[in-house]
Design a binder for this molecule. Structure first.
Ligand SMILES: [Zn+2]
Length: 91
């Protein structure tokens, strides 16, 4: 198993044998970091599978339904992060 932390924020995305929610991760699978919403692609390296940020052209080469799923996931993670960071309004 290679490097499965998010290269941007360091969140560990390998979880019970799945990488970023995928049971059977393969090269060029695209996923999204649940910590910072970075869109990541799995690539093969000398050390095994590793994650790196997806380039714009890779993102645009994805099927349209995959792009919409990532857009939705991006919004959801962003909203969750804003909620976690928001100062508590007590009064
Ligand atoms: Zn991240």
């Amino acid at each position: 198993m290679g490097e499965t932390n998010c290269p941007t924020c360091g969140t560990q995305l390998c979880d019970g044998g799945k990488i970023a929610g995928r049971r059977d991760p393969g090269v060029h699978d695209v996923s999204i970091c649940r910590g910072c919403a970075e869109i990541l692609v799995l690539t093969e390296s000398a050390h095994g599978l590793t994650l790196r940020p997806t380039t714009a052209s890779e993102y645009l080469a994805l099927p349209e339904d995959a792009q919409s799923l990532l857009r939705v996931a991006y919004l959801l993670v962003g909203r969750q992060q804003r909620l976690l960071r928001a100062p508590r309004q007590l009064h």
